[in-house]
Design a protein around this ligand. Structure first.
Ligand code: NAD
Length: 326
């Protein structure tokens, strides 16, 4: 069915002025707070979605005019992609745009946990005297260590290059679905990187394990008690992907029992994380927590939103890029 010459796109999240100006070149754009925004179900030819949920109930309310959903970022676990596809709605995302920001946060968390900086800082602020010896003894240097990446896509690859460049780290990747393009990128950038075919090969060999896979039914609880026991006692676990991939109860127990050294977490099963819900993790001296800020700096948000606009513009013109198919 032909779409309107100037499609009407509704953004389900607020956009900055530059992104609105870019969108207006190709669409009529309606943002939250604009008159009639609530009519998107039956008026939108395209929608822009960031962290909003699009549930089967939402999909049931969507009219036949909707052609495209542009996802800000990559994770589509909060979107009923199958339901949308069944209605003929094409879902696109923006792979790679926020990879550097998320990789930088993963690196920050790894360093913070390895050198115990947040805990020491908290103790000093609380008026305790921490000597150089006490503050430094539990610290782990990252130079020459081994980084184990679970997921070798855009973020894993960017983090791998950072670790390799900054610390001369050895890089191991577990990613049975790695695309041929990413495989070539890995080989070109870090010829010494090693692919393994199971987590059981990656976990015991890694000093830092960093998770960069989507949340699917098949990746839920991918890191549980058994996997944590396979890790080195000195290892640090980083999850900037999604809550639910690392089993939080098992992680809290492993940390309490000294099964691993510590964890840096930007993803929780309920967000934003609260002390009431996650006290055993958040209160642990060797856990550093952030509320899903990996791609949340204003410049990255704006850059990613512009990429969503460009994806929708191209899709309406017949050039669908980065379609999500489950
Ligand atoms: P990507 O699609 O480029 O890479 C994901 C990789 O995971 C792919 O190479 C894929 O083959 C691999 N994979 C899929 N299933 C796997 C499995 N069962 N075992 C091992 N590997 C598997 O995505 P990306 O840009 O690297 O992002 C990774 C994840 O990070 C996203 O899915 C998203 O959930 C999360 N993310 C978080 C933030 C944040 O703010 N913290 C921001 C962006 C993305």
């Amino acid at each position: 069915m032909p779409v309107a010459i100037r499609p009407h796109v509704f953004s389900l999240y607020p956009l900055d002025e530059e992104t609105i100006a870019l969108a207006e070149r190709s669409f009529r754009i309606t943002c939250p707070g604009d008159e009639g925004h609530e009519l998107w179900y039956t008026k939108a030819d395209g929608i822009m979605v960031r962290s909003q949920r699009v549930t089967p109930e939402d999909v049931a309310k969507i009219g036949p005019q909707l052609k495209f959903l542009g996802k800000h970022g990559v994770g589509v676990d909060a979107i009923d992609v199958k339901g949308l596809s069944a209605k003929g709605v094409v879902v696109t995302n923006t792979p790679g745009v926020n990879a550097t920001a998320v990789a930088e946060l993963a690196l920050t968390l790894a360093l913070a946990v390895a050198r115990n900086v947040p805990f020491i800082d908290r103790e000093i602020r609380a008026g305790k005297t921490i000597t150089k010896q006490a503050g430094g003894e539990g610290g782990m240097q990252l130079t020459g260590r081994t980084l184990g990446l679970i997921g070798g896509g855009n973020i894993g690859f960017t983090l791998g290059k950072m670790f390799h460049g900054a610390f001369g780290a050895k890089i191991i990747v577990y990613d049975p679905h790695l695309s041929p393009a990413m495989e070539s990128a890995w080989t070109a950038a870090i010829p010494s990187y090693r692919r393994v075919t199971s987590l059981d090969d990656l976990l015991p060999a890694s000093d830092v394990v960093s998770v960069h896979v989507p949340l699917f039914d098949s990746t839920r609880d991918m890191i549980g008690a058994r996997e944590l026991r396979l890790m080195k006692r000195s290892a640090v676990l980083i999850n900037t992907a999604r809550g639910g991939i690392v089993n939080e109860e098992a992680l809290a127990q492993a940390l309490d029992e000294g099964v691993i050294l510590g964890a840096g977490l930007d993803a929780f099963s309920t967000e934003p994380p609260t002390l009431a819900q996650f006290s055993s993790l958040i209160n642990h001296p060797r856990v550093v927590s952030t509320p899903h800020i990996g791609a949340a700096s204003l410049d990255v948000i704006s850059q990613t939103a512009k990429s969503v606009v460009e994806h929708l513009r191209d899709a309406f013109a017949g050039n669908i890029r980065d379609e999500v198919k489950l």
